[in-house]
Design a protein around this ligand. Structure first.
Ligand SMILES: Cc1cc2nc3c(=O)[nH]c(=O)nc-3n(C[C@H](O)[C@H](O)[C@H](O)COP(=O)(O)OP(=O)(O)OC[C@H]3O[C@@H](n4cnc5c(N)ncnc54)[C@H](O)[C@@H]3O)c2cc1C
Length: 297
């Protein structure tokens, strides 16, 4: 028999998690599909179910100081109970994350589904992930033994596999403060709403401007979704663009060189939503558009 738990506090939830294997249930929008639930049918869960949507402590979006081993800086904290609709509307949330969240499913689902669920589901097509990777987001995992914080890129290990231990739940997402005003986001799906990604691209950049010489790309990032087992992002390839003048970006030969490097690491698969060939070419076309757009800014 499966037990159902509905804790009201985080401490109660963590206590419950320490007693055995559970399914943490936030919005349930992925879980209900995974458990084959149809109208009029009851869900069939193998493990006990811990509902966390009733915990008020996990409902916050705020900016505060964040300390790591190197420094202390402002960061945005998003509690794991916050639903996508609230993230989409909150002006504290970086525009690239708001744009990507707004492309998930349709409004009714975004009123129920959480960012934490989108992350923990660890789908290669999860739409919030490219933006979160580009923003260098971290996750905080909590258990009765304390908290662990890690970069999101280390948390997601493979499709549907994360570094979450059985006695832990994700309690918040941390987004370090960034000054990256140039934003590029594009999701390719079969229709505007309720379509999982064929692919998506998230880009961020900062251009430094000088009184007497050409502007320079001070920071530049790009992350690709749904074209690999998880998000594709390479700091090494980003360094090809960082430090270049904006004029260099206007040269087709330079763009072609960068695109060729990304062609080597974007190796999608064929599946029911798209072909590998389409996914790779469309991703590289969007990369070209991102670089060309910056050369005009
Ligand atoms: C019709 C439909 C359309 C969709 N369209 C899209 C789309 O366009 N783009 C997209 O990215 N996704 C889409 N999804 C998938 C889904 O809605 C999202 O992934 C959503 O963000 C999941 O959030 P949730 O709170 O409902 O997660 P849940 O279903 O509650 O949980 C998902 C997984 O995360 C785990 N989990 C949840 N919260 C925690 C926590 N705090 N700590 C530890 N583990 C946790 C659960 O145990 C489960 O494994 C769609 C789903 C449906 C049904």
């Amino acid at each position: 028999m499966v037990n159902i738990y509905r804790p009201e506090t985080l401490a109660q939830a963590l206590d419950t998690l320490s007693t055995g294997k559970m399914t943490v249930f936030s919005g349930g929008t992925d879980l209900m599909v995974q458990h084959g639930v149809r109208a009029g049918m009851s869900p069939r869960f193998e493990d006990d179910v811990l509902f966390v949507d009733t915990i008020d402590e996990l409902q916050y979006i705020l900016t505060t100081d964040h300390e790591d081993e190197n420094n202390q800086e402002q960061a945005l904290y998003i509690g794991s109970g916050v639903v996508l609709a609230d993230i989409e509307r909150n002006p504290l949330v970086p525009s690239i994350l708001r744009q990507s969240v707004a492309k998930i499913a349709a409004p009714a689902l975004r009123n129920r589904a959480t960012l934490a669920g989108n992350i923990c589901n660890a789908s290669p097509a999860a739409d919030s992930l490219p933006a979160l990777y580009a923003l260098d987001a971290h996750v905080v995992l909590s258990s009765i033994h304390g908290q662990r914080e890690m970069p999101l890129k280390d948390f997601i290990l493979a499709p549907r596999v994360t570094a979450l231990r059985e006695d832990e739940m994700l309690t918040h997402i941390i987004i370090p403060h960034h000054d990256l005003p140039e934003v590029f986001y594009h999701k390719v799906g079969t229709r505007a709403a309720n379509a999982l990604s064929k692919l998506s691209v998230a880009g961020l950049a900062r251009i430094k401007r000088f009184p007497k010489k050409a502007p320079v790309i001070e920071d530049w990032r790009v992350a690709f979704g749904a074209v690999g087992p998880t998000v594709v992002r390479s700091r090494e390839l980003e360094s090809l663009v960082i430090g270049r003048s904006v004029e260099t970006l206007a040269k087709p030969k330079f763009i072609a060189q960068v695109v060729d490097c990304y062609r080597e690491i974007i190796r999608p698969i064929d599946d029911q939503r798209s072909t590998a060939t389409y996914r790779q070419q469309a991703s590289l076309n969007l990369l070209t558009r991102w670089l060309e757009g910056l050369s005009r800014s």
